[in-house]
Design a protein around this ligand. Sequence first.
Ligand SMILES: NC(=O)c1ccc[n+]([C@@H]2O[C@H](COP(=O)([O-])OP(=O)(O)OC[C@H]3O[C@@H](n4cnc5c(N)ncnc54)[C@H](OP(=O)(O)O)[C@@H]3O)[C@@H](O)[C@H]2O)c1
Length: 314
Amino acid sequence: MSFTISSRTLSNGLEIPLLGLGTSTIGDIYEGTCRAIDAGYRLIDTASLYQNEGEIGRAVADKIKDGTIKREDLFIVTKIHVNSHRRGAFAKDFEGSLARLRVDYVDLYLIHWPIALAENCSGKITDGPIVFDDDADYLTVWAMMEELLESGKVRAIGLSNFNKAQIERILKSCKIRPVVNQVECHLVFNQERLRRYCAQQGILLMAFSPLGAPGRTIIRTDAPKLLENDVVVELARKYGKTPGQILLRHTIQRNIIAIPKSANPQRIRENIDIFDFALEPADVERLNAQDKNLRLVENKVWEAGKYYPFHDDY
Ligand SMILES: NC(=O)c1ccc[n+]([C@@H]2O[C@H](COP(=O)([O-])OP(=O)(O)OC[C@H]3O[C@@H](n4cnc5c(N)ncnc54)[C@H](OP(=O)(O)O)[C@@H]3O)[C@@H](O)[C@H]2O)c1
């Protein structure tokens, strides 16, 4: 059985599923993507930085070949690498994504981060020192994104990890407005101020780590376990759903796209099975009240970058 996902219309008229597959791991994502497509997922979120576009490309090609989907059924999201904000590197990184994903266009292309790193810097502290490229301004990157859109190789362009002031700066000079801002967003960091600002600007939020990234090393060590939150557990009992489904339903009822990552067939199906019930408004309010303005994914190793976005309130 495959599930049907509700969608929203982006400000450029493109339909986008309200739920997609997050993929930021390596090794398990070929199988995970195949199982997700079988279950009805159509939006797949990846990035050049994740080094897994090849696995996803193989899964997409196999699922097209076996007749489960056509290319046009999918909504593929990928992102320019933080070390490719200069013109030559930008083109090379984008063409690399297309080749690895085995597609001739991407549905939504995002600037992964406003900060820029030197071209030979992977961004991982384990690979060597972090070298910033602070002269590479994200306004110039946005102009290259606009050129890509005009070339037809991407159907929509957007941002990720941009704060309000950075979005305002883009909006002041852009020819084409961003349609999405992908940011950390979940029960204890619900981004209501940024959501409201973006909604006023016609920009949809896309929530990464919507389950609080349980088990992932990217989160702060004292991160609360959202799946064990008392209110979430109580509502899971009330609605006959799992804690994960309550967290994801809460996200999409706030008009925010959720991209939970799973490579486990059972959890992949669990996470998409949220379109057959609705949280009552009072329960949405109770979940909203769990917010602690607590960012779990801080990426402190990039904090010294000129355009590090998390010094601002939101
Ligand atoms: N733009 C950015 O800078 C940025 C940053 C971080 C993430 N992202 C994107 O957002 C996606 C999601 O974020 P995330 O991976 O950090 O966090 P997440 O989706 O909140 O959590 C993923 C973790 O939860 C587990 N899980 C999934 N479903 C579950 C369920 N129903 N019950 C219990 N555990 C469950 C997964 O393990 P199993 O695989 O074993 O199920 C995985 O370890 C990423 O994969 C990536 O595509 C973007």
